[in-house]
Design a protein around this ligand. Structure first.
Ligand SMILES: [Zn+2]
Length: 551
């Protein structure tokens, strides 16, 4: 996701009580959800929804007696077997719905891995997760806004990014509204009572934090579709009617080019359609699978630009199709989306977009309070704290440096392999590391450890002189960062020796894990200046001082 100017102020408030419940990790031997079907009736006014969930589960282990679903603040009316309708005993405490499963599955000897379907009927006015109210144009609206664990406030799920599943939505809403949700629109028809039923089907497993519907008065414009293999994938812009012309002509003008570029760089677009939706999300943009929701104020006040579109669209591959299994590995989502925002920007508008963006990311990270914490910070319990300069800016810079170290061909081949291998599943950082090691043939433990598990960044103190007798530049490099940040290995450190405005020589050296490092570099002429990492290839600062004589 990303933060718009308006949404940023809500960031700290964002997740509140839903997160306090923490990450409920479901036992690996417990039942797995294989499919969700949500049948939801939206009201004409007010905030109460009525829902029926058809949840298909399977049993990896024989002895399973309870299915625990996350559902907060709703009323549960009934729980049944879907086929046959046999009632199932359940316990609901307002936060967790525990359903007692028959000790032996009914009547048949259910094989391991077989599916079994249950039905949950519930209702209530969601306190969060489904944002119901008046939108910025004064009309009743409902928009799902689930990150990280807020889906549980309105739909019963195993609300954990390790548990992805396909989802079918059947949504009944007032006839003057348009309804969007994940996946392909299957049917849209009157329900015979003055309302309209919309059915969407997402066949790919997606994380619960991207399972959404959106409903209000909207204009839908079809852009040039994406060709993906033999598929023609709709590219849509959903806006409040007043904002349609702006959206089509400014932020979404090149939306198909953006998706085409990402598809070329990474692999096939993962879903059946892509809708970009104006909404009441509290984030600047939220990368819901196949239906990205953006903050309405950015449309209404006309400050929305393409960068947020590039970022959220990249999430369709990284975050949605390949999902971090544990939120502490959020950089696999946010760092990747931030990185590909700039890669796509460079592909469309030139390399300066990338170079400028990386410098801005480094400056923003170094200014932040997050430098004293590592990217992979398992000490964090409030997941909102992960929406920080580590996950976004430093995460993007880690990919930037990895590309520099491996070279672009191996790097992009590895990224494609990573997507191909883990599409529709959930991963940890080590899964990504192993793919990149395979792509490059280089061990990368040290690289991932220092940039993701160590806090901070190298702060180089460089003292140099020119030895005119030996015709050598003598360069002393000290890593002067706080000792708590550790020491860094820096291959590919470029040193430019210049005389006036003329580049005398570039030397690429490796500063290894030592506090004091002396380099002697043959140079025929005396330089007047030394520039360290002039292209911004590495995340570091360097103070450079010349001494008159060799140190
Ligand atoms: Zn993002």
């Amino acid at each position: 996701m990303s933060f718009g100017r308006v949404a940023a102020q809500f960031a700290v408030l964002a997740l509140g009580a839903a997160v306090a419940d923490g990450q409920q990790l479901t036992d690996a031997s417990g039942p797995r959800v294989r499919h969700y079907g949500f049948f939801i009736t939206l009201p004409d006014s007010g905030a109460e929804i009525r829902g029926t969930a058809a949840i298909s589960i399977s049993f990896p282990a024989r002895r399973v007696d309870t299915l625990r679903l996350d559902l907060v603040g709703m009323q549960v009316d009934s729980v049944n077997e879907l086929l046959g309708g046999r009632p199932l005993p359940f316990d609901y405490d307002g936060r967790a719905l525990r359903i007692l499963l028959p000790a032996a599955p009914p009547d048949v000897d259910l094989p391991l891995g077989a599916r079994w379907d249950i039905r949950v009927v519930w209702h209530g006015a969601p306190r969060d997760g489904l944002i119901i109210g008046s939108n910025a144009r004064g009309h009743w609206s409902a928009f799902g806004d689930d990150w990280p664990q807020r889906a549980r406030n309105w739909i019963p799920t195993v609300d954990d990014p390790a548990h992805k599943a396909p989802v079918l939505w059947s949504i009944t809403a007032p006839a003057d509204m348009r309804v969007v949700a994940n996946g392909e629109l299957e049917t849209r028809q009157p329900d015979g009572a003055g309302r309209t039923n919309w059915v969407y089907r997402e066949d790919r497993p997606i994380p619960t934090y991207t399972m959404v519907l959106g409903a209000t008065r909207m204009t839908v414009s079809q852009h040039r579709p994406l060709l993906s293999g033999s598929d023609t994938i709709p590219m849509e812009v959903w806006t409040y009617p007043e904002d349609s012309a702006f959206a089509d002509s400014v932020p979404f003008r090149r939306l198909t080019e953006i998706v085409e570029t990402l598809q070329r760089l990474i692999g096939p677009f993962p879903y059946e359609k892509l809708a970009h939706v104006e909404s009441s999300t509290r984030y600047g943009g939220m990368e819901n699978s196949s239906a990205i929701f953006y903050a309405e104020q950015a449309y209404v006040r006309r400050f929305m630009r393409e960068s947020v579109v590039r970022h959220e669209t990249a999430h369709q591959w990284f975050g949605d199709a390949v999902t971090e299994r544990d939120f502490h590995h959020l950089w696999l989502s946010e760092g990747f989306a931030s990185y590909y925002d700039l890669v796509v920007g460079a592909a469309l508008d030139g390399d300066s977009v990338y170079a400028r963006g990386m410098r801005a990311a480094a400056a923003s990270y170094m200014r932040s309070r997050d430098v004293d914490r590592p990217v992979l910070d398992t000490a964090v319990t409030d997941l909102t704290q992960l929406l920080d300069a580590n996950s976004y800016q430093k995460g993007a810079l880690v990919l930037h440096m990895l590309r520099g170290y491996l070279g672009a061909p191996a790097f992009f081949a590895g990224m494609r392999d990573y997507y191909r291998t883990y599409r529709d599943s959930s991963v940890l950082t080590d899964d990504f590391r192993r793919v990149m090691e395979r792509a490059s043939g280089k061990p990368l433990d040290w690289f991932f450890d220092q940039w993701l598990r160590q806090p901070g960044y190298p702060q180089l103190q460089v003292v140099w002189s020119y030895d005119s007798t030996a015709r050598e530049a003598v360069v002393n490099v000290t890593q002067g960062q706080p000792s708590a940040w550790g020491v860094y290995r820096l291959p590919g450190l470029a040193l430019d020796f210049v005389a006036g405005s003329r580049l005398l020589a570039r030397r690429v050296v490796e500063v290894v894990a030592a506090h004091q490092h002396q380099l002697r570099i043959p140079l025929d002429a005396a330089p007047t200046d030394l520039r360290v990492d002039p292209d911004g290839a590495l995340l570091l600062t360097a103070s450079v001082r010349r001494t008159p004589r060799g140190p």
